[in-house]
Design a protein around this ligand. Structure first.
Ligand code: SAH
Ligand code: SF4
Length: 398
């Protein structure tokens, strides 16, 4: 681990007693309509919900008493019944290349990761958000795939990840588009977003709402391993950019490294891409392609990829495999990656090689959470060895 990494066991300072969070409803994660309906239950008109929305999502305010355009009476009523909560910050790590990663803990003790990945010039960048704790799919190259699915994240937990990132960068009130460091969002953290469709859709609509967090749909990308029946809905109802984790160009190889291919083989996946609503030459579908030595990285693979992408508004993102302890693959040689990229680019499709970011802070998908689980297990063994395991020292539910 690099000396510049910081491990900050910081907690959200919202000065709430545990009683508050147990008995009061969190307002974060309600859609606009749900917030209007919620305010109606305490006798408040829709325009009050609009004011509240502004405070929650444009100003990032968590304290009702500071919501100055709201009357004192309503502030008190809100404080009696509601809270404005973020996920709890368990660990924060900053890489030497300024990639920043947060391990967040939710009410039930489950954890997920959120990462900020700055562009090369470090003035802007993308926040990578998780949609599930773990994943039901078991892609062989993915660290998250080694963790069983624990559960779907709620809209509050998905939006909350971005809000924690904004807190860390002080980007409240919502800066205008040009001034933002956290300029983009990618649903590429832990989990398969299209297996948690409703919650992801609600959360992204909150994030894209122009009167709140206001990240435009053109700056939001949802990545899927290829849940074919949900792709059309994603385009129609969320309308953000699509990224597809392709990673192989034959059903044989894809079946082996991404078992979801047995359910939705390549021909069906490519058809769903061709029908993705909103895709155009100006808004291309990104095909993610991990470079795995000797598995999917030959010149013949590159040519087959060109055949698959024929006629689609596509761009390719070549991702050097990020190894993790126990993984069965190696990253392709740089020469093979460059040759692959050249073959694609010579045919007019952009195929940049993704720069590996944050390698020194366990940036491979799912690794930080696994590390946290491992530490809990070793803490448990230490306690057991010391004979102090009892009701008050239980290892948290995994
Ligand atoms: N479940 C979704 C989104 C999360 S995975 C999906 O599969 O698209 C986000 C991206 O990280 C995917 O393209 C995935 O293939 C990639 N990824 C997973 N493990 C990786 C590793 N070890 N090295 C590089 N990229 C990885
Ligand atoms: Fe799940 Fe995506 Fe990882 Fe596959 S690559 S195991 S779908 S998170």
């Amino acid at each position: 681990m690099d000396a510049q990494n910081r491990c900050v066991p910081r907690r959200q300072s919202l000065s709430l007693s545990p009683m508050d969070t147990d008995t009061k409803k969190n307002l974060i994660g309600l859609s606009r309509d749900e917030l209007i309906a919620e305010m109606a239950t305490i006798g408040e008109k829709p325009f009050r919900a609009k004011q509240l929305w502004h405070w929650l999502y444009n100003r990032g305010e968590t304290d009702f008493a500071k919501m100055s355009s709201i009357s004192k009476v309503m502030q008190a009523r809100l404080a009696e019944q509601y809270v404005v909560l973020r996920p709890q910050l368990e660990r924060e790590m900053i890489s030497t290349d300024t990639t920043r990663k947060w391990l967040l803990k939710f009410d039930d003790g489950n954890e997920a990761e959120t990462v900020y990945i700055p562009d090369e010039d470090e003035t802007r960048g993308a926040v990578c958000i998780s949609s599930q704790v773990g994943c039901t799919l078991t892609c062989k190259f993915c660290h998250t795939g080694t963790q069983l699915l624990v559960r779907n994240l709620t809209p509050a937990e998905i939006v909350g990840q971005f809000m924690v990132a904004r807190d860390a960068y002080g980007e409240w009130p919502t800066p205008d588009d040009q001034a933002r460091q956290l300029s983009n969002i990618v649903m590429m953290g832990m989990g398969e977003p299209l297996y948690n469709f409703d919650n992801v859709a609600t959360a992204l609509k909150i994030i894209m709402d122009g009167e709140g967090i206001a990240i435009s749909k053109r700056r939001v990308t949802l990545s899927t391993s290829g849940v074919v029946p949900m792709m059309k809905r994603a385009g129609a109802e969320i309308g953000c950019n699509l990224a597809v984790s392709l990673h192989a160009v034959t059903d044989d190889v894809r079946d082996r490294i991404m078992p979801i291919n047995k359910k939705y083989p390549l021909a069906e996946l490519m058809r769903a891409c061709a029908e993705y609503p909103g895709a155009s030459n100006a808004r291309r579908i990104t095909f993610e392609y991990i470079m795995l030595k000797g598995v999917n990285d030959s010149a013949a693979d590159a040519r087959q990829l060109l055949r698959l992408l024929k006629g689609l508004p596509a761009k390719v993102n070549l991702i050097p495999f990020n190894p993790w302890p126990g993984s069965e693959f190696e990253c392709s040689d740089m020469k093979a990656i460059r040759t692959f990229s050249d073959i694609i680019q010579d045919n007019g499709i952009s195929a940049p090689i993704r720069k590996s970011r944050g390698a020194d802070i366990l940036a491979a998908c799912g690794q930080l959470r696994s590390e946290s689980q491992r530490q809990k297990c070793s803490r448990l063994s230490e306690r057991l060895a010391a004979g102090i395991e009892d009701e008050h020292h239980k290892v948290p539910a995994e």
